[in-house]
Design a binder for this molecule. Structure first.
Ligand code: GLU
Length: 430
């Protein structure tokens, strides 16, 4: 028997800026398909028009593009309403769903009925919203391929979910089943928060006579302080993290290891090596923690791998010889691109110096430094000759030149600034 082609999809709703958890789902779904030369589909789930954000679709495409994720097929649910309407009407005809005219009144915020069994279910109405007629006392279940466990429910806890709204738009529950079937999705991969919807979907699959695909729910990404990931300590949106100065390569590498691990201890992955090594059994069962220090570490690794030219480009700098020298001086020292400005602003403008930062001997230190620089001597010799404390001497020099205590190496910095500018900054204080 020939193996069924693997086909996965990423199915975001264009309702806001893409979260790091969604990006992770996209990477895993992509790798799962591409590892076996399968297809990866991008499907926009835009059936909730009220929550849609303008430019949301373009944004999703742009962000996936930044990470080189390419899709084989592309669909937009709002362009496929016919399909969902037909499926819903069929379910009514076959006694598996019913028209309801108290949809809004009887709906909680998440779209579920306030009562599990809807008052309209036995009224035989002929128009309105369409809801699933959930049977009592039955079991529904599936084996989750991420956590590798059988999950089951009694239908007694499953509500008569809305499938089609009065505006003829489907809800997620109907559209997801119709589309996953229509698009021949072999593996459905989604976040753990969708687990409560799965029993509804399983009933819809059954009543529409569709084969149930493999379904897997990814772990939740946790905050280092406990609980689900929150924005307290910085951005958790993909764009926000890019804006903070994380490189796409670093973000990719960090994200794929939040919930998946290779068989060996390899840590550095790019898209190609991840696809090649991807293996479903690498999905972790416990919730990963979003560790920013680890992300910083990855980012540092990828910044060091860049050529000076590449780094100049990423920093949006002009390719001048001064910029090249500055960039090579800080390449080993920055964790994020956004560290660049604070570390190097003194090269581009005269610093504001708080004289309280100087040590008590600063005048003596600066005077001797000026003499040393003028006669092009090694400043270490100046320190020894005058019996200065090395740390104190260079700290005063650093503060006078840069205004701050943490900077790139000061000798090299003065060389880049130029002797004249260096001397001018020192002379100001004596
Ligand atoms: N539209 C859902 C989301 O935004 C998709 C869930 C699924 O993949 O089934 O995450």
């Amino acid at each position: 028997m020939s193996k069924v082609k693997i086909c996965t999809r990423f199915a975001p709703s264009p309702t806001g800026s893409m979260h790091i958890g969604n990006l992770r789902t996209a990477f895993y779904a992509y790798a799962l398909a591409k590892h076996s030369n399968g297809d990866f589909i991008l499907r926009i789930e835009d059936t909730d028009k009220k929550r849609e954000k303008e430019g949301g679709v373009e944004d999703i495409k742009r962000l996936l593009g930044i990470f080189n994720i390419k899709w084989d097929e592309f669909y937009v649910q709002s362009e496929r309403l016919d399909l969902y309407n037909k499926a819903a009407e069929r379910l009514v005809k076959e006694g598996r769903a019913f028209y309801c005219q108290c949809e809004a009144k009887n709906a909680k915020e998440d779209g579920f009925s306030k009562d599990l069994r809807d008052p309209c279910r036995d009224k035989n109405l002929t128009s309105g919203a369409i809801k699933l007629k959930v049977p009592d006392n039955e079991g529904v279940g599936f084996t989750d391929f991420v956590i590798n466990k059988k999950v089951s429910w009694s239908t007694n806890i499953v509500g008569d979910a809305t499938l089609l709204k009065t505006d003829k738009f489907p809800t997620y529950h109907l559209a997801v089943v119709v589309d996953d079937n229509d698009m021949k999705i072999s593996h459905v991969l989604r976040g753990h928060d969708w687990m409560p919807s799965t029993p509804i979907h399983l009933l819809v699959y059954k009543y529409l006579g569709f084969d149930v695909p493999q379904i897997g729910h990814l772990t939740d990404i946790m905050d280092p302080d406990g609980g689900k990931l929150s924005k307290r300590k910085g951005s958790t949106s993909v764009q926000g993290l890019l804006d903070e100065g994380y490189l796409p390569d670093a973000l990719f590498n960090f994200v794929i290891l939040l919930g998946w691990a290779p068989k060996n201890n390899q840590e550095l992955f790019n898209l190609n090596s991840f696809v090649k090594d991807f293996d479903q059994s690498g999905f972790q069962k416990s919730n990963p923690v979003f560790n920013r220090d680890k992300l910083d570490w990855f980012n540092g690794q990828y910044i060091r791998k860049l050529s000076i030219e590449e780094l100049i480009n990423k920093l949006n700098l002009e390719n001048t010889s001064k910029n090249k020298s500055i960039v090579s001086l800080i390449q080993d020292r920055i964790k994020k691109l956004s560290d660049f400005n604070s570390l190097t602003s003194f090269f581009f403008e005269k610093p504001e110096v708080d004289t309280k930062l100087f040590g008590e001997n600063y005048k003596k230190h600066l005077r001797k430094a000026i003499e040393g620089i003028q006669s092009e001597r090694d400043l270490m010799e100046v320190v020894k000759e005058n019996d200065f404390k090395t740390g104190d001497f260079f700290m005063d020099l650093r503060i006078a030149i840069t205004g701050v205590k943490f900077t790139p190496p000061i000798n090299e910095s003065i060389a880049i600034l130029g002797k004249e500018e260096g001397l001018a900054r020192l002379n100001k204080f004596i």
